[in-house]
Ligand binder design. Structure first.
Ligand code: SF4
Length: 291
């Protein structure tokens, strides 16, 4: 198996075989992200990806149940190539249950509905999509590369194809100024998509990112733990989804809010209210990440 640089994966893929189908991120501009700033984006040749899969097959064989194709935005690969590696996975690993990858809205939208349907048929089970926000002002601020309407359209296409969709909401990324509209408009877009999973992440400004510099210069105001919890509360209050699982499976969050909506909403709001009673000293510093 060949790996280049630090390999990132969603926490839920902790037990997946990870194969880098792409290296880096084709966007690489989000102001809070430095995951792939050390490498130029490229798509690996299918022959190389298959070599990695063959090696994994001979080493782990029947044990492989899940595969995650890193790095960022593997969905950008040509559909024919994706179909080729998905079918190869299906033919190679007899106990394979899921194949997943990252995909941002602007790259999902490069596919037609028929292409997404074909990817589902070939075995693509889930797309992890860093939505971050459903508010256009926030999306522009963070240089995400798509609009809220594009995010909603891409999400609905993925769901129509029968591919599971996990969207990530980045609490605090609108700062104090845009906090309210960030929560409310994100809820609106998530409601239009009805994703399978809504994953909460809370902004931690890492050195080397543009948002870190903006924070240090006073141009961007970080939310306090209580303000972040209040933003999350607003989001949860306004989510009108059916059967979406809400998860806080990340160390950046101030509180572990989870449940299936709409049934668990009241319990989730109670959990947030309980956390809002705590003294600020009970939480990690907003400035310092914990990673
Ligand atoms: S699209 Fe994702 S991986 Fe790429 S820069 Fe933005 S947050 Fe980072």
């Amino acid at each position: 198996m060949k790996y280049e640089g630090v390999v990132y994966r969603p926490p839920s893929e902790f037990d997946s075989l990870i194969v880098q189908a792409t290296i880096g991120c084709p966007h690489n501009r989000c102001i809070f992200c430095n995951m792939y700033s050390d490498r130029n984006f490229r798509i690996r040749p299918v022959s190389e990806i298959k070599e990695d899969l063959e090696e994994a097959m001979s080493e782990f064989g029947d044990c492989v149940k899940k595969i995650f194709f890193a790095d960022g935005n593997t969905i950008l690969m040509k559909t024919d190539e994706l179909l080729d590696i998905l079918r190869f996975c299906r033919d190679s690993f007899p106990n394979l249950k899921s194949v997943t990858m990252y995909g941002s809205a602007q790259y999902i939208l490069l596919k037609s509905q028929d292409e997404l349907n074909a990817l589902k048929s070939a075995g693509l089970s889930r797309i992890h999509s860093g939505m971050e926000s459903g508010d256009d002002e926030v999306l522009r601020l963070i240089d995400k590369g798509y609009t809220a309407e594009q995010m909603a359209r891409a999400g609905r296409m993925v769901k129509s194809a029968g591919i599971e969709l996990s969207v990530y909401f980045l609490c605090g990324v609108g700062g104090k100024k845009l906090s309210r509209q960030h929560a409310l408009n994100s809820a609106k877009i998530i409601n239009l998509i009805n994703p399978d999973f809504i994953r909460l992440r809370t902004l931690m400004p890492f050195e080397g990112t543009r948002i870190y510099d903006m924070y240090k210069s006073g141009e961007f105001e970080l939310l306090s733990p209580h303000e972040a919890l209040f933003e999350t509360r607003l989001l949860v209050e306004h989510l009108n989804v059916q059967g979406s699982q809400f998860l806080s499976d990340h160390v950046s969050n101030y509180e572990n809010i989870k449940g299936v909506l709409p049934g668990d909403r009241e319990k989730m709001l109670d959990d947030i209210d309980e956390a809002l009673e705590l003294d600020p000293s009970e939480f990690r510093s907003p400035e310092k990440g914990v990673l």
